[in-house]
Design a protein around this ligand. Structure first.
Ligand code: GDP
Ligand code: IMO
Ligand code: MG
Length: 426
């Protein structure tokens, strides 16, 4: 049985958590393949909003198994906090949650290094979530990291101390003003590790998935962040430290490329970005401010306000191509109700040429987005539940995007709740 992927196509926060939750009834296993607690995936149902950081978004479905794959980096302290938040919801985490032994651990000193690196960069900072993501992936590729499976070995605390001390020396060398209490950081870390060892099943996840595939289980891989934050294909260096694109699911779960089925690409009807870095269609006016206010555009992990702007079809098409997206899901169309006209970026003026692909650099001085204007819609979409209720101008907006990116939009989302999801038949 092929594995389906669900990926964000912009700069993250497209609504992945909501859609994974909606789709989980069709799947036996939901597997996160990269990123870590930099992610904030929001789900809403029965009037309750849940935000998940490391735990896959299928966790509220009693029959689904949720796997944290080898490509994910795990902060035990945040992971334990997430599990504590789930306590009132009667979820048997012993059976419904599995963690790969090959996933790397975020140490408290990785977080310190992240903060020190951002302080040292000053104005050029990435705008990291300060969760230690970059330093942990650096230790992974530098072959110094500590993996979940290591904590089952007797010698691991010695390795922990050596790595921690090395990190502290690096922080000291960076000459930044960072205050911390290492004893309490260590204490919280070891308490969380003990909790995980007692309560969570660790698995050889590639083997688990390989058996599940042979048994015909339906598997959905859940991405974090978005394609424009990919370490290779994003707006480097203003990116995260993992491959957020389809290839990341292969390495982050141990799935062969020829075992991938559908690739669901998810995007907002406009664009947002949190943190630093280029954003050609960003709006600095009342329209951008309205999108942020109506769309509640505040980071689910850091609470920072998200920058807002028009939909960028050049960037969207690039993401569709890099990922091999087979079907699209458009989120938050409801937020655009009430604008007379909507602009969509259809090309860039770049170094004296008009281009329709994503160039090497998206720096504001070099890229001038060119727009097509489409008529907006007045209607409130949030109570609509079927395609035939949607206004014509909304459907024209959908059709324009489909024609540009040459991929069908199969789901439109008209609100944060599970029920505010319209499956298109055509
Ligand atoms: P993720 O990181 O991709 O899972 O997305 P986030 O959870 O960080 O951000 C998406 C936000 O939009 C959350 O607050 C969702 O509850 C909300 N949301 C998702 N879909 C819709 C939608 O169609 N309309 C509106 N208004 N909000 C939505
Ligand atoms: P989800 O999964 C939006 C951004 C940060 C920063 C850059 C690097 O919820 O879509 P990092 O902490 O990874 O080193 O930060 O990436 N970023 C996200 N932006 N959604 C996310 O995740 C993000 N995860 C990281 O704001 O600009
Ligand atoms: Mg998010």
């Amino acid at each position: 049985m092929a594995i389906d992927l669900l990926l964000g196509l912009q700069w993250g926060d497209e609504g992945k958590g909501k859609i994974v939750d909606v789709l989980t009834k069709k799947y036996d296993i939901i597997a996160r393949f990269q990123g870590g607690p930099n992610a904030g995936h929001t789900l809403e149902f029965d009037g309750i909003k849940h935000v998940l950081h490391t735990i896959p978004s299928g966790i509220f479905h009693p029959t689904a198994t949720n796997l944290v794959g080898n490509g994910v980096v795990i902060d035990p302290v945040i992971f334990k906090q997430e599990l504590d938040n789930l306590a009132p919801f009667d979820i048997d985490i012993n059976t419904s949650l599995l963690v790969s032994r090959k996933a790397h651990l975020i140490l408290p000193t990785h977080r310190l290094l992240d903060a020190a690196s951002e302080l040292a960069k000053g104005k050029a900072k990435i705008g990291s979530t300060l969760k230690g993501i970059g330093p942990t992936y650096m230790d992974k590729t530098g072959r110094n990291g500590i993996r979940v499976g290591d904590i089952e070995l007797a010698s691991w605390k010695t390795r922990y101390q050596a790595l921690r001390d090395k990190h502290l020396a690096m922080v000291a060398n960076m000459n930044v003003n960072l205050e911390y209490d290492m004893d309490s950081l260590d204490k919280a870390f070891f308490e969380a590790i003990d909790f995980l060892k007692t309560n969570i099943s660790f698995v050889d996840s590639e083997q688990f998935l390989s058996v599940a595939q042979k048994e015909g289980k339906h598997i959905l891989a859940e991405g974090a962040q978005g394609s424009l934050l990919d370490i290779d294909f994003g707006t480097y260096p203003f990116v995260t430290s993992s491959n957020t694109t389809a290839a990341g699911a292969c390495t982050g779960l141990g799935v062969a490329p020829n075992k991938i089925g559908e690739v669901y690409g998810i995007f907002k009807a406009y664009t947002t970005r949190v943190g630093s870095g280029p954003f050609p269609t960003e709006l600095f006016d009342e329209i951008g401010e309205t999108m942020g206010r109506v769309g509640h555009e505040f980071g689910a992990t850091t609470g920072r306000s998200r920058r807002c702007g028009w939909l960028d079809l050049v960037a969207l098409k690039y993401a569709v191509e890099v990922n091999g997206v087979t079907q699209l899901m458009m989120m938050k169309g409801d937020v655009l109700s009430g604008f007379d006209t909507l602009n969509v970026c259809v090309s860039y003026d770049y170094r004296g040429q008009n281009i329709q692909h994503l160039p090497y650099s998206l720096n504001a001085e070099e890229v001038e987005p060119q727009y097509t204007s489409l008529p907006g819609w007045e209607e409130d979409l949030t109570k609509m539940r079927s395609e035939d209720e949607l206004p014509k101008t909304f459907m024209d907006y959908v059709a324009f995007i489909e024609a540009y990116v040459e991929t069908p939009i199969k789901i439109v989302s008209v609100g944060p709740d599970r029920n505010q999801t319209i499956f298109r038949s055509s």
